[in-house]
Every structure is written in structure tokens, then in C-alpha cells.
Design a protein around this ligand. Structure first.
Ligand SMILES: [Zn+2]
Length: 820
């Protein structure tokens, strides 16, 4: 049966099932050794019932048998991923013997064959509604139970799960019983993984990755284990509750959709976080905050779990806040908050300004799929910002006392936002209602800007979402290298802002980003930053300044050419590779297509100049080189770099494929050369880059290849699908891509028949015709959205991309480009 025919669980259905049942135990036997396409899954669920009808969630390839309390259940009643059952009052035992599909979309049990050596690897991803493709279950977060797993696997495999695993005989693994777990965090990681074991404070630690990454995992193990130890010590100190899940295994797994998943005892990470090529410091900080984020979830999410998906934001906001904070407080990455400004802030602000914005808390979540759509920058970045404000205003003593009270009261159970706020009030917090009303239950960001003539800060609440929010922040002026901060309490739509600013002063709102809002700089500020940013020594303010500029641009209040002037001038700063890493891709996607002719060459020349000027071998040089490649239009230059990289730039596979992708886009290589490059170095990551390069070529065949992946005619794994979407649309290939604009809107609804879950939405976004910036495309998007034919996940992505398109059109209307 098709996975996508499954019905999403309604909140009302979950409440009814919770009323009826208490699950005592799961016993799951998985046979991973008998078949390459499917696996056996025999699940025995023991539960107490008040007696009556309900259903169990099950999405198998086929069913062998089902017995409830010893009596057979009619298999044919399985419909839409649900099997109706009639329970008796008291203890029930349901045994489901099914055959399940190995998947290649990063959900359920994902099977990956490593192109480097042909070895097979498996991992489980049960979030958010994928558990029933692994084992039969009552798939909702508030029916927790202990799990015992029996896994049959090839003899050379290692099996890891949510509790310490034993290997009583070759090919047989026993895990558990675990602590009580929600279905969405149950996992098993199995394959011939390379495993590193260690120990800290009585907790057995593990790291694992594919064999082809073994040497790189070995190289990174020290840093990863050090971070792990530091984070454990800090969480134990802050929470006062021991980590309760036995081992702490961190598995780096292939083709993972999210950054990582917090499964108790067995966290899974995307294995690009095992660095097999040169990376920059920002990438390392991102990995460190991810390690800390997932560990925070062991307490907040795993020991205490949301009762329903409408409080999932709290999991994420809390883990995001604690992950950033702990990384900054106790690891070598004391500048983690600055990294957050570069990497996360605009993600949240952009989501918060869209038509699809939603309150951080209490956004309905009538069913699990609707809840998943709200799993965005608002749940992470905005929620984290609000918790940070709350921790500052309450003080650490009250903030953590409340958290500890919450974790203690609801240990191994479920809780809601109201429970947490009650804990904070017990710990001594004053009335928290204003925080909830102003910040958590009202969507959209305030817009803040300073009028330097009248010395007033204007606060404009989001249109359509009335709010009256207090902001405590600094207005910072930069003038001739002098940095001056003026603290303000913004409680009104106009607030006197006593700053000294002449026409050459840059005026920045909240560059330390302690509040949440869209800060729009004026024209003089953007012009002044051209001379101020290069001499600024405070990296946090630099990141905040760029966020002011990005926000102003997206509001069509900062001109594209002013951004290009700023980037070209502010590039030459040796101490921040983040400028290049996070700003160049944004400039490429948003600014250059709207900027004056020749802007791309200016950015390229600035980046290429830095490659020559910066210290050879430094990561700043590497960041500049990547920017130079992305903006290069000179095929001969790219070919020469492919033969001989500039001094200091290591020609590793990442660098090589960046060059090949750019060459492909320009038509400077061909399919045969790309195929040869892949054959020369076949790895999981080069295979993805090969798809991206192949679909970037300026040929009809390349575009057809991408399209066959989109429609499902060619079945490819999740990463390759996304790469094909990125390859397809190239601004310089309009004649080739134009036919696919109409086809996108016509054929998108049909993709629900060939994929589901995360990748369904991923493909809708990746293949959106993003290089066609015109009103016809916007009208097509709105027509499709209005037709009522899209699944919620697809609808949301199209709506968001339509929003991106509308903003681009607004920028072009405000700043028309003179003909070249
Ligand atoms: Zn998380």
C-alpha cells in the first residue's frame, strides 16, 4: 500500500485513544538480514484498556498475521495506515507480524548503499509519523512505554538503539527494556558502522559513521567527545538530574533529512557533520551547537515529552536556546551566539514575516501533519530568542529552578507549556501572562527603525497581528570607528532615542539581538557601513549589522546596489569567514539578480582578490575562494583552478565539485567529464554533487533528467532529489527552463502519489521555479494554492515560495534596474 494514503492523526483522536489506553510495553523483533528490499517486523504491544474500539497505526508492505488477545484480526480491515481493533477492559496483547519497506527518503528504516564500497547501512527515523513503517504502534507522543528490541542482522553489523545493546550470538542483538519512550524517538542504527567507544562520568559514550568515513571520524573524535563531556557536565550542573538512558551514542548516518534527531541514548546526525573535506570555523560551531542541542533534548523532550505536537515548539525552542548557550558557556566556541546571528536569525525572521506566519505557541496543530508544517524558523530561532529574553528577565536562579521543577514533576511522562509556566511561577516568577500574550501567542515581528532627524525609534506591530510588545535593546551607532551603545526600553510606538548621529553615522537597532524584530536601517546607515564595517572589531555587532541590512533589503527599503557596495567593501576582513559563508549565498540568490549589471563581476573580483591576499591555507581564504567560484563566469579560470588551485586552497573533493558544478552551469564541462569525475571518486557526497552538476548543464537532457527525478519516473534518494531541484533552475538558462515553469504547477499535485512526508515538501520547494521572477509565475502559484488540490505540506512550501517571489518582485519594483 502507498504510504501517502495514510491519514494524519487528529488531536481529538489522540485524546480519545489516550483516555482509553495505557501502554505497558512494546516488544519488537526486526529481521534486517533476510532481504534487501524489506524487513520483518513482529511487534507485541501489551496495554491496559478501559475496553472499546480504537486503532493501531501500521504502514507495512504486507501483513503476515495479526492477533489480539490470541484471536486473529482481519488483516483486510487495515486502511489508511490504521488497523481497527476492539479492546477488552483490562490487559490486552496485540501481536502484529508484518513485512516493512526499507526506505530511501530518510524516514522509517532508511537503507543506504555506500557508493564508496558497496556496504549497506540502516538507521531508523520515527519522527514525526514514520514509526508505523518500522513497527506497529499507537503513534502519539503521550502513550509512552518501555521498548525491548530483538534485531537479526548480518554478522558483520553493529546494532545500536535507545538502551545498551548486547550481542549474545553473531547476528543477534538485544536492546532494552528502555526507559518509557514516545514512539517518535524509537530508533535502531544498524550496519557495518565504524564505532568509537569511550566513557564519561559513568556514561558509556559511542560515536559511529560509515566505514568510508572512519578515518575522518577518528580525526574528529577528540573534538566530539570533548564537546560531549563538557555538555554533559553543564547539563548535570544546571538540571541536577542524571542522564537516565544508559549509553549516549552519537551516530552519524547517511542521507539524513534533519540536522540531527534526539533519540534517547542514540542521537542520529547527518553524516556531513563528519568532515571529510576542509571546513570553516562556522561549520564547526554549527556542529557543536547541534551536539549541545540534541543533548538538551535528553532532558527536555525525552525525560519530559510534550503531550501533543502543539507544544513541540517548546522542545525545539528550549533545545535551541540551551544548545547555543551551553556551547557559548562551556566549550571552546565562546562566540556561538554570534554564529547564531549569522546562521539562524534570518531563518526565523523570514518565516515570521510570511503570510504563513504563526504564533510560537498554541498554533492549533489539529493533526500531526499540520504541526509538522510549523516546524520552522519560528519554532527554533524565534522561540529560542524569546526563551533567552525570559531567562534574562527571570534570572538564572528562577529560570533553572522552574525547569528543574518541571523535569522532576513530569519525569518520564508528558507535559504542556502551561505546566512549565506553572513551574516557573512556583520558582518565583511573577505573572508570566504578558510574555505569553505578547510574545508567544501573537504572530509576526514588530518592525523597528530609528528616525535620526527626530531622534525617535518607531515600533510598528505586524499588520494583521495586533501586539503591544516591550523590547529592551541597545541602539548602537558607528562613527569613524567609534561604537556607542544606547540602552532603550521600547514600550510604545514611538520612543525617544537620544543618539548622536550625523549623516555619516551608522545607526543599528539591537545588533546584539537580545530582542526579536525586523530592524530596518536607513539609507545613510547602509552607506556609512561601507567604511565602518571593515574597521569594526566586534564580530557580534558585525553580524547584527548585516541582519539589519538583510531585513531592510527584504522589506524593499535597502537598494540592491547599496548591498553590493557594502559586500565588496566589507569582504576584506580577515577575522570573519561568516561574512562570506552566510552572506554571499544570500547576495547571490536575492541581491545580484536585482542589482545593476556588472555587480556579479564586482563581487567575484573582490572575492578573488582576497584569495590572493589572505593567509594561504586559512579558512578565511577558503571561504573567499568558495565565493569566488560561485560568482565566476570565466570558464577558463575555473578550468585552471580545477588543474591547479590557488596556493593554500587544498584541492579536496568539496573544492573539486564546487568547481565542476559552476563549470557545468556555465556549459564549461559535459556529462562525460562529470561521469568520469564521479567514477574517479565515488562517495555519497560526490554522488549528490554529480546530480547537481549533471542537472545544471545547459542542455535539454540535463533538464529532463532533473524532471524525471521530480516526477518520480527516476527513483532517487532524498539528497539527490534536492540536488536536482537546485541544478534545474539557473537564471542564465531561461530558454531551457521556461517549459518547466508551467509543468511545475501542473505536475506538482501528482508528486503526492510518489512520495510522502519530509521529501514530498522538500521536492516542492527545491523544484519551485525560483529563477522566474515575474507576476505570471506568482499568479500561477496563487492559482494552484487556491485550487485546493495540494496536500498541506506541499501547500505550505508553495505558499512560502510564493511569498519569496512576491518580495523579490517588490524589490524590483522599488529599485528598477537600468538597462545595461
Ligand atoms: Zn531539536
Amino acid at each position: 500500500m502507498s504510504v501517502s494514503s495514510a491519514r494524519a492523526l487528529l488531536h481529538t483522536e489522540a485524546l480519545a485513544r489516550r483516555e482509553l489506553l495505557d501502554v505497558t510495553a512494546y516488544d519488537v523483533a526486526l529481521d534486517l538480514a533476510s532481504d534487501a528490499e524489506v524487513f520483518g517486523s513482529v511487534t507485541s504491544i501489551t496495554f491496559e484498556s478501559r475496553g472499546g474500539a480504537t486503532f493501531v497505526d501500521l504502514k507495512p508492505t504486507r501483513v503476515r498475521s495479526i492477533r489480539l488477545n490470541g484471536a486473529p484480526v482481519d488483516v483486510d480491515t487495515l486502511d489508511g495506515g490504521r488497523l481497527p481493533i476492539l479492546t477488552v477492559a483490562g490487559t490486552n496483547v496485540l501481536v502484529v507480524d508484518a513485512v516493512m519497506p526499507f526506505r530511501n527518503d530518510g524516514e522509517g528504516l532508511h537503507l543506504h548503499v555506500d557508493p564508496a564500497d558497496g556496504r549497506r547501512y540502516v538507521y531508523g527515523m520515527s519522527f514525526m509519523d514514520a514509526a508505523p513503517t518500522v513497527f506497529a504502534c499507537f503513534d502519539q507522543p503521550d502513550l509512552k512505554a518501555p521498548y525491548t528490541l530483538h534485531v537479526r542482522a548480518p554478522h558483520d553489523w553493529v546494532v545500536v538503539g535507545n538502551a545498551p545493546a548486547t550481542n549474545p550470538e553473531p547476528g543477534t542483538w538485544e536492546i532494552g527494556p528502555t526507559q518509557p519512550l514516545s514512539t517518535y524517538v524509537v530508533t535502531v542504527v544498524a550496519g557495518p558502522y565504524h564505532v568509537i567507544r569511550d566513557e564519561h562520568d559513568g556514561i558509556p559514550l559511542g560515536l559511529s559513521a560509515r566505514q568510508s568515513l572512519a578515518v575522518h571520524l577518528d580525526k574528529d573524535a577528540d573534538e566530539l567527545l570533548t564537546l560531549t563531556r563538557q555538555c554533559f557536565d553543564e547539563y548535570h550542573r544546571r538540571f541536577g538530574i542524571r542522564y537516565p538512558f544508559g549509553d549516549y551514542h552519537q551516530a552519524f548516518v547517511p542521507e539524513f533529512n534533519a540536522g540531527a534527531m534526539e533519540n534517547p541514548g542514540c542521537v542520529t546526525f547527518r553524516d556531513q557533520m563528519v568532515f571529510d573535506t576542509r571546513v570553516t570555523r562556522g561549520t564547526r560551531i554549527h556542529r557543536a551547537t547541534t551536539v549541545a542541542h540534541e543533548m538538551a533534548h535528553q532532558w527536555f523532550g525525552n525525560i519530559v515529552t510534550p503531550a501533543w505536537w502543539d507544544d513541540l515548539w517548546l522542545n525545539e525552542s528550549f533545545a535551541e536556546y540551551m544548545g547555543n548557550r551551553v556551547t557559548a558557556d562551556v566549550t571552546r566556541y565562546a562566540d556561538a551566539w554570534t554564529h547564531v546571528s549569522w546562521a539562524r536569525r534570518q531563518w526565523g525572521l523570514t518565516a515570521d514575516q510570511r503570510a504563513t506566519t504563526h504564533p510560537v505557541a498554541g498554533n492549533g496543530a489539529v493533526d500531526a501533519i499540520v504541526a509538522l508544517q510549523n516546524f520552522d524558523g519560528i519554532s527554533y530561532a524565534k522561540g529560542s530568542s524569546i526563551l533567552r529574553q525570559l531567562a534574562t528577565s527571570l534570572g538564572d536562579d528562577v529560570f533553572f529552578a522552574g525547569v528543574v521543577d518541571h523535569l522532576t514533576r513530569h519525569r518520564f511522562g508528558n507535559a504542556t507549556m502551561h505546566d512549565l509556566f506553572a513551574s516557573w511561577e512556583r520558582a518565583g516568577a511573577d505573572d508570566l501572562a504578558p510574555v505569553v500574550d505578547q510574545w508567544l501567542r501573537t504572530a509576526g515581528p514588530d518592525i523597528l527603525s530609528v528616525d535620526r532627524e527626530t531622534a525617535v525609534l518607531h515600533r510598528t506591530p505586524p499588520s494583521g497581528h495586533p501586539a503591544d510588545r516591550t523590547h529592551r535593546l541597545d541602539v548602537v551607532t558607528l562613527r569613524a570607528g567609534a561604537v556607542t551603545s544606547t540602552p532603550l526600553a521600547v514600550q510604545d510606538d514611538t520612543t525617544p532615542c537620544p543618539i548622536e548621529a550625523d549623516g555619516t553615522t551608522a545607526v543599528l537597532v539591537d545588533p546584539h539581538e537580545v530582542s526579536w524584530g525586523v530592524y530596518v536601517p536607513d539609507r545613510q546607515t547602509v552607506a556609512a557601513l561601507v567604511s565602518e564595517l571593515p574597521r569594526l572589531t566586534d564580530d557580534a555587532v558585525r553580524a547584527g549589522a548585516w541582519n539589519n541590512v538583510k531585513s531592510g533589503f527584504s522589506m524593499a527599503r535597502v537598494a540592491p546596489d547599496a548591498v553590493v557596495d557594502l559586500l565588496v567593501a566589507a569582504f576584506p576582513v580577515a577575522d570573519t569567514e561568516d561574512t562570506a559563508r552566510h552572506t554571499v549565498p544570500w547576495v547571490l540568490a536575492e541581491v545580484l539578480p536585482a542589482a545593476a549589471p556588472g555587480s556579479r563581476a564586482r563581487v567575484h573580483d573582490a572575492a578573488a582578490g582576497l584569495v590572493a591576499d589572505l593567509e594561504p591555507g586559512s579558512e578565511h581564504q577558503l571561504a573567499a575562494f568558495r565565493a569566488a567560484v560561485r560568482t565566476a563566469d570565466d570558464v577558463d579560470l575555473l578550468r585552471s583552478w580545477l588543474v591547479d588551485t590557488p596556493e593554500g586552497v587544498e584541492p579536496d573533493s568539496d573544492v573539486r565539485w564546487r568547481l565542476l558544478v559552476q563549470l557545468a552551469t556555465l556549459g564549461g564541462t559535459d556529462q562525460a567529464a562529470l561521469d568520469a569525475a564521479l567514477a574517479d571518486d565515488p562517495t555519497a557526497s560526490t554522488r549528490v554533487q554529480h546530480v547537481r552538476a549533471s542537472t545544471s548543464l545547459p542542455t535539454p537532457e540535463a533538464k529532463q533528467l532533473a524532471w524525471r527525478m521530480f516526477t518520480g519516473e527516476l527513483d532517487v534518494a532524498n539528497y539527490e532529489l534536492e540536488a536536482a531541484g537546485h541544478g534545474l533552475w539557473q537564471g542564465t538558462q531561461r530558454e531551457l527552463t521556461d517549459p518547466y515553469v508551467e509543468r511545475y504547477f501542473a505536475e506538482l499535485p501528482g508528486t503526492s502519489a510518489v512520495r510522502s512526508g519530509w521529501v514530498l515538501a522538500l521536492a516542492a520547494e527545491a523544484f519551485f521555479p525560483r529563477t522566474r521572477v515575474d507576476t505570471e509565475t506568482l499568479e500561477s502559484a496563487h492559482a494552484l494554492l487556491g485550487a485546493g488540490v495540494l496536500e498541506p505540506a506541499v501547500h505550505r512550501r508553495v505558499a512560502d515560495q510564493a511569498d519569496v517571489l512576491a518580495r523579490r518582485l517588490a524589490v524590483r519594483a522599488a529599485y528598477p534596474v537600468a538597462a545595461a
